[in-house]
Design a protein around this ligand. Structure first.
Ligand code: CLF
Ligand code: SF4
Length: 298
Protein backbone atom coordinates (compact mmCIF):
# COMPACT_ATOMS: atom_id res chain seq x y z
CA UNK A 1 0.00 0.00 0.00
CA UNK A 2 0.96 3.72 -0.03
CA UNK A 3 2.73 3.44 3.34
CA UNK A 4 5.47 1.04 2.29
CA UNK A 5 6.26 2.53 -1.15
CA UNK A 6 7.68 5.76 -2.48
CA UNK A 7 5.01 7.99 -4.10
CA UNK A 8 6.31 7.47 -7.68
CA UNK A 9 6.08 3.69 -7.34
CA UNK A 10 2.69 3.84 -5.66
CA UNK A 11 1.36 6.00 -8.50
CA UNK A 12 2.33 3.25 -10.95
CA UNK A 13 0.89 0.31 -9.04
CA UNK A 14 -2.29 1.66 -7.45
CA UNK A 15 -4.42 1.01 -10.54
CA UNK A 16 -2.52 -1.94 -12.03
CA UNK A 17 -4.45 -5.17 -11.40
CA UNK A 18 -1.35 -7.41 -11.59
CA UNK A 19 1.10 -5.24 -9.64
CA UNK A 20 -1.36 -4.52 -6.82
CA UNK A 21 -3.47 -7.27 -5.32
CA UNK A 22 -5.88 -4.62 -4.01
CA UNK A 23 -6.24 -2.99 -7.45
CA UNK A 24 -7.31 -6.22 -9.11
CA UNK A 25 -10.74 -5.98 -7.53
CA UNK A 26 -11.40 -2.59 -9.14
CA UNK A 27 -9.27 -2.19 -12.25
CA UNK A 28 -9.33 -4.11 -15.51
CA UNK A 29 -6.65 -4.94 -18.04
CA UNK A 30 -6.89 -5.93 -21.63
CA UNK A 31 -4.45 -7.71 -23.90
CA UNK A 32 -4.24 -7.45 -27.67
CA UNK A 33 -2.61 -10.34 -29.51
CA UNK A 34 -0.48 -8.45 -32.03
CA UNK A 35 2.92 -10.18 -31.75
CA UNK A 36 2.91 -13.72 -33.19
CA UNK A 37 6.67 -14.12 -33.83
CA UNK A 38 9.01 -15.61 -31.22
CA UNK A 39 12.79 -15.97 -30.95
CA UNK A 40 13.12 -18.91 -28.56
CA UNK A 41 11.60 -22.35 -28.02
CA UNK A 42 10.17 -23.20 -24.62
CA UNK A 43 9.45 -26.85 -23.89
CA UNK A 44 6.01 -25.90 -22.57
CA UNK A 45 5.03 -24.05 -25.74
CA UNK A 46 3.26 -25.07 -28.90
CA UNK A 47 3.45 -22.19 -31.38
CA UNK A 48 -0.11 -22.80 -32.48
CA UNK A 49 -1.21 -21.38 -29.14
CA UNK A 50 -0.53 -18.28 -27.03
CA UNK A 51 2.83 -17.64 -25.37
CA UNK A 52 2.71 -19.76 -22.24
CA UNK A 53 5.10 -17.44 -20.39
CA UNK A 54 2.24 -15.16 -19.47
CA UNK A 55 -0.83 -17.15 -20.26
CA UNK A 56 -2.77 -20.34 -20.16
CA UNK A 57 -1.45 -22.79 -22.74
CA UNK A 58 -3.77 -24.34 -25.29
CA UNK A 59 -5.53 -21.06 -26.07
CA UNK A 60 -5.67 -19.47 -29.51
CA UNK A 61 -6.18 -15.72 -29.41
CA UNK A 62 -7.64 -13.45 -32.05
CA UNK A 63 -4.57 -12.07 -33.86
CA UNK A 64 -4.78 -8.41 -34.79
CA UNK A 65 -2.83 -5.84 -36.76
CA UNK A 66 -1.78 -2.76 -34.75
CA UNK A 67 -4.62 -0.77 -36.37
CA UNK A 68 -7.21 -3.43 -35.53
CA UNK A 69 -5.82 -3.63 -32.00
CA UNK A 70 -6.11 0.12 -31.52
CA UNK A 71 -9.73 0.02 -32.67
CA UNK A 72 -10.43 -2.73 -30.20
CA UNK A 73 -8.79 -0.87 -27.30
CA UNK A 74 -10.84 2.26 -28.01
CA UNK A 75 -14.05 0.24 -28.18
CA UNK A 76 -13.29 -1.51 -24.89
CA UNK A 77 -12.24 1.72 -23.16
CA UNK A 78 -15.57 3.31 -24.17
CA UNK A 79 -17.52 0.47 -22.51
CA UNK A 80 -15.31 -0.49 -19.59
CA UNK A 81 -14.55 2.47 -17.31
CA UNK A 82 -12.39 0.25 -15.06
CA UNK A 83 -9.91 -0.31 -17.89
CA UNK A 84 -6.52 0.95 -16.69
CA UNK A 85 -3.90 -1.20 -18.45
CA UNK A 86 -3.18 -2.32 -22.00
CA UNK A 87 -0.87 -5.34 -22.03
CA UNK A 88 0.87 -7.04 -24.94
CA UNK A 89 1.74 -10.59 -23.97
CA UNK A 90 1.96 -12.57 -27.15
CA UNK A 91 0.78 -14.74 -28.75
CA UNK A 92 4.58 -14.84 -29.42
CA UNK A 93 7.17 -12.49 -27.94
CA UNK A 94 6.21 -8.82 -27.67
CA UNK A 95 9.83 -7.59 -27.58
CA UNK A 96 11.00 -9.71 -30.52
CA UNK A 97 7.95 -8.69 -32.59
CA UNK A 98 8.80 -5.14 -31.53
CA UNK A 99 7.59 -3.21 -34.59
CA UNK A 100 4.04 -4.43 -34.05
CA UNK A 101 4.16 -3.93 -30.31
CA UNK A 102 5.55 -0.41 -30.67
CA UNK A 103 3.06 0.53 -33.40
CA UNK A 104 0.15 -0.68 -31.28
CA UNK A 105 1.24 1.19 -28.16
CA UNK A 106 1.88 4.36 -30.19
CA UNK A 107 -1.57 4.29 -31.82
CA UNK A 108 -3.29 3.74 -28.48
CA UNK A 109 -1.22 6.25 -26.47
CA UNK A 110 -2.08 8.98 -28.99
CA UNK A 111 -5.79 8.53 -28.32
CA UNK A 112 -5.81 7.30 -24.71
CA UNK A 113 -2.88 9.11 -23.07
CA UNK A 114 -3.79 7.91 -19.56
CA UNK A 115 -3.86 4.16 -20.20
CA UNK A 116 -0.91 2.28 -18.70
CA UNK A 117 1.21 0.29 -21.12
CA UNK A 118 2.45 -3.13 -20.04
CA UNK A 119 4.68 -5.56 -21.89
CA UNK A 120 5.61 -9.19 -21.32
CA UNK A 121 8.63 -10.89 -22.89
CA UNK A 122 11.05 -13.78 -22.61
CA UNK A 123 13.71 -11.06 -22.32
CA UNK A 124 16.08 -12.06 -25.11
CA UNK A 125 15.37 -9.02 -27.29
CA UNK A 126 14.48 -6.65 -24.46
CA UNK A 127 17.86 -4.91 -23.93
CA UNK A 128 17.67 -3.59 -27.51
CA UNK A 129 14.43 -1.73 -26.78
CA UNK A 130 14.96 -0.23 -23.33
CA UNK A 131 15.42 3.31 -24.65
CA UNK A 132 12.18 3.19 -26.61
CA UNK A 133 10.34 1.51 -23.74
CA UNK A 134 11.31 4.39 -21.47
CA UNK A 135 10.60 7.04 -24.13
CA UNK A 136 7.12 5.60 -24.74
CA UNK A 137 6.27 5.54 -21.00
CA UNK A 138 5.86 1.78 -20.89
CA UNK A 139 6.24 1.62 -17.14
CA UNK A 140 5.54 -2.10 -16.52
CA UNK A 141 7.54 -4.93 -18.06
CA UNK A 142 7.38 -8.64 -17.29
CA UNK A 143 10.34 -10.93 -18.01
CA UNK A 144 9.90 -14.69 -17.81
CA UNK A 145 12.96 -16.17 -16.08
CA UNK A 146 12.64 -19.87 -15.34
CA UNK A 147 16.28 -20.50 -14.39
CA UNK A 148 19.51 -18.63 -13.79
CA UNK A 149 21.63 -21.80 -13.93
CA UNK A 150 22.09 -22.61 -17.65
CA UNK A 151 22.30 -26.34 -16.86
CA UNK A 152 18.68 -26.07 -15.70
CA UNK A 153 17.69 -23.45 -18.25
CA UNK A 154 18.64 -25.68 -21.17
CA UNK A 155 16.11 -28.28 -19.99
CA UNK A 156 13.35 -25.69 -20.38
CA UNK A 157 14.51 -23.73 -23.44
CA UNK A 158 16.35 -25.97 -25.96
CA UNK A 159 17.18 -23.24 -28.47
CA UNK A 160 17.20 -19.52 -29.09
CA UNK A 161 17.53 -17.34 -32.19
CA UNK A 162 19.76 -14.34 -31.47
CA UNK A 163 21.45 -11.86 -33.81
CA UNK A 164 20.64 -13.98 -36.85
CA UNK A 165 22.10 -17.16 -35.33
CA UNK A 166 20.56 -20.19 -33.74
CA UNK A 167 22.07 -21.40 -30.44
CA UNK A 168 21.32 -24.56 -28.50
CA UNK A 169 22.06 -26.17 -25.13
CA UNK A 170 24.17 -24.48 -22.44
CA UNK A 171 25.25 -21.75 -24.84
CA UNK A 172 21.64 -20.80 -25.63
CA UNK A 173 20.63 -20.90 -21.96
CA UNK A 174 23.60 -18.74 -20.97
CA UNK A 175 22.90 -16.06 -23.58
CA UNK A 176 19.21 -16.03 -22.65
CA UNK A 177 19.96 -15.76 -18.91
CA UNK A 178 22.50 -12.98 -19.44
CA UNK A 179 20.12 -10.97 -21.63
CA UNK A 180 17.24 -11.43 -19.18
CA UNK A 181 19.28 -10.19 -16.21
CA UNK A 182 20.73 -7.35 -18.29
CA UNK A 183 17.23 -6.25 -19.31
CA UNK A 184 16.07 -6.42 -15.70
CA UNK A 185 18.97 -4.22 -14.54
CA UNK A 186 18.59 -1.73 -17.39
CA UNK A 187 14.85 -1.34 -16.90
CA UNK A 188 14.90 -1.01 -13.11
CA UNK A 189 17.73 1.55 -13.41
CA UNK A 190 15.38 3.63 -15.57
CA UNK A 191 12.47 3.41 -13.15
CA UNK A 192 10.44 0.82 -15.06
CA UNK A 193 8.68 -1.62 -12.74
CA UNK A 194 9.69 -5.16 -13.63
CA UNK A 195 7.79 -8.29 -12.69
CA UNK A 196 9.50 -11.63 -13.19
CA UNK A 197 7.40 -14.64 -14.14
CA UNK A 198 8.75 -18.14 -13.48
CA UNK A 199 7.00 -21.30 -14.60
CA UNK A 200 7.31 -23.93 -11.87
CA UNK A 201 8.23 -27.27 -13.44
CA UNK A 202 8.43 -30.12 -10.91
CA UNK A 203 11.73 -32.03 -10.99
CA UNK A 204 13.37 -29.35 -13.15
CA UNK A 205 13.36 -25.94 -11.48
CA UNK A 206 11.35 -26.42 -8.27
CA UNK A 207 14.39 -26.38 -5.96
CA UNK A 208 16.07 -23.71 -8.08
CA UNK A 209 13.39 -21.00 -8.00
CA UNK A 210 14.63 -19.74 -4.63
CA UNK A 211 17.89 -18.85 -6.40
CA UNK A 212 15.96 -17.16 -9.20
CA UNK A 213 14.02 -15.22 -6.57
CA UNK A 214 17.25 -14.01 -4.91
CA UNK A 215 18.90 -13.11 -8.21
CA UNK A 216 15.96 -11.04 -9.43
CA UNK A 217 15.47 -9.34 -6.08
CA UNK A 218 19.14 -8.29 -6.12
CA UNK A 219 18.55 -6.67 -9.52
CA UNK A 220 15.48 -4.73 -8.49
CA UNK A 221 12.53 -6.88 -9.57
CA UNK A 222 9.33 -5.44 -8.11
CA UNK A 223 7.42 -8.73 -8.03
CA UNK A 224 8.05 -12.42 -8.65
CA UNK A 225 5.13 -14.41 -10.06
CA UNK A 226 5.68 -18.17 -9.73
CA UNK A 227 3.18 -19.80 -12.08
CA UNK A 228 2.32 -23.50 -12.18
CA UNK A 229 3.18 -25.36 -15.39
CA UNK A 230 -0.03 -26.39 -17.12
CA UNK A 231 0.90 -29.48 -19.09
CA UNK A 232 -1.61 -31.36 -21.17
CA UNK A 233 -0.58 -33.97 -23.77
CA UNK A 234 -3.38 -32.60 -25.98
CA UNK A 235 -1.52 -29.30 -26.29
CA UNK A 236 1.29 -31.02 -28.21
CA UNK A 237 4.14 -29.40 -26.27
CA UNK A 238 7.45 -31.13 -25.60
CA UNK A 239 6.60 -31.38 -21.89
CA UNK A 240 3.08 -32.55 -22.70
CA UNK A 241 4.44 -35.34 -24.91
CA UNK A 242 7.13 -36.43 -22.44
CA UNK A 243 4.62 -36.68 -19.60
CA UNK A 244 6.00 -33.76 -17.59
CA UNK A 245 3.36 -32.88 -15.02
CA UNK A 246 2.54 -29.54 -13.46
CA UNK A 247 2.88 -28.89 -9.71
CA UNK A 248 0.17 -29.60 -7.17
CA UNK A 249 -1.18 -26.66 -5.17
CA UNK A 250 0.93 -27.88 -2.21
CA UNK A 251 4.10 -28.00 -4.32
CA UNK A 252 3.47 -24.46 -5.56
CA UNK A 253 2.89 -23.21 -2.03
CA UNK A 254 6.07 -24.92 -0.82
CA UNK A 255 8.19 -23.07 -3.40
CA UNK A 256 6.42 -19.78 -2.65
CA UNK A 257 7.01 -20.25 1.08
CA UNK A 258 10.69 -21.03 0.45
CA UNK A 259 10.96 -17.60 -1.24
CA UNK A 260 9.69 -15.75 1.86
CA UNK A 261 11.85 -12.73 2.62
CA UNK A 262 13.02 -12.48 -0.99
CA UNK A 263 11.44 -10.62 -3.89
CA UNK A 264 7.75 -9.97 -3.19
CA UNK A 265 5.52 -12.65 -4.64
CA UNK A 266 2.47 -12.12 -6.79
CA UNK A 267 -0.15 -14.63 -5.69
CA UNK A 268 -3.26 -13.54 -7.59
CA UNK A 269 -2.17 -14.26 -11.18
CA UNK A 270 -4.91 -15.83 -13.29
CA UNK A 271 -2.78 -16.94 -16.26
CA UNK A 272 -4.65 -14.82 -18.77
CA UNK A 273 -5.13 -15.26 -22.50
CA UNK A 274 -3.14 -13.07 -24.92
CA UNK A 275 -6.48 -11.42 -25.82
CA UNK A 276 -8.04 -11.26 -22.33
CA UNK A 277 -10.37 -8.34 -21.52
CA UNK A 278 -11.76 -7.32 -18.13
CA UNK A 279 -11.03 -7.83 -14.45
CA UNK A 280 -8.51 -10.60 -13.71
CA UNK A 281 -10.32 -13.91 -13.76
CA UNK A 282 -13.19 -12.60 -15.86
CA UNK A 283 -12.85 -12.58 -19.62
CA UNK A 284 -15.02 -10.33 -21.72
CA UNK A 285 -12.93 -10.84 -24.84
CA UNK A 286 -15.84 -12.44 -26.69
CA UNK A 287 -17.84 -9.19 -26.37
CA UNK A 288 -15.19 -7.31 -28.31
CA UNK A 289 -14.15 -9.52 -31.21
CA UNK A 290 -13.22 -7.76 -34.46
CA UNK A 291 -16.59 -8.37 -36.12
CA UNK A 292 -18.27 -6.44 -33.29
CA UNK A 293 -16.09 -3.32 -33.57
CA UNK A 294 -16.79 -0.14 -35.51
CA UNK A 295 -14.95 0.00 -38.85
CA UNK A 296 -12.98 3.16 -38.16
CA UNK A 297 -11.74 4.99 -35.11
CA UNK A 298 -12.98 8.53 -34.44
FE1 CLF B 1 -1.25 -8.31 -18.82
FE2 CLF B 1 0.77 -9.35 -17.65
FE3 CLF B 1 0.66 -6.75 -17.90
FE4 CLF B 1 -0.94 -8.01 -16.24
S1 CLF B 1 -1.51 -10.08 -17.12
S2 CLF B 1 0.85 -8.18 -19.55
S3 CLF B 1 1.27 -7.89 -16.09
S4 CLF B 1 -1.56 -6.45 -17.73
FE5 CLF B 1 -1.44 -10.44 -14.78
FE6 CLF B 1 -2.62 -12.14 -16.36
FE7 CLF B 1 -1.03 -13.05 -14.50
FE8 CLF B 1 -0.06 -11.77 -16.53
S5 CLF B 1 -2.92 -11.96 -14.16
S6 CLF B 1 -1.10 -13.69 -16.66
S7 CLF B 1 0.49 -11.45 -14.40
FE1 SF4 C 1 6.28 -20.00 -26.72
FE2 SF4 C 1 6.31 -17.74 -25.33
FE3 SF4 C 1 8.32 -19.50 -25.07
FE4 SF4 C 1 8.05 -18.09 -27.33
S1 SF4 C 1 8.53 -17.27 -25.29
S2 SF4 C 1 8.44 -20.30 -27.17
S3 SF4 C 1 5.79 -17.97 -27.54
S4 SF4 C 1 6.17 -19.82 -24.45
Amino acid sequence: GPDDMDPATWAKVKDHPCYSEEAHHYFARMHVAVSPACNIQCNYCNRKYDCANESRPGVVSERLTPEQAARKVLAVAAELPQLSVLGIAGPGDAAYDWRKTRATFALVAERLPDIRLCLSSNGLALPDHVEEIVAMNIDHVTITINAIDPAIGQQIVPWIFHERKRYTGIEAATILRDRQLQALEMLTARGVLVKVNSVLIPGINDDHLVEVNKAVKARGAFLHNIMPLISDPAHGTHFGLTGQRGPTAAELKKVQDACAGGANLMRHCRQCRADAVGLLGEDRGQDFTLDKLPEVIE
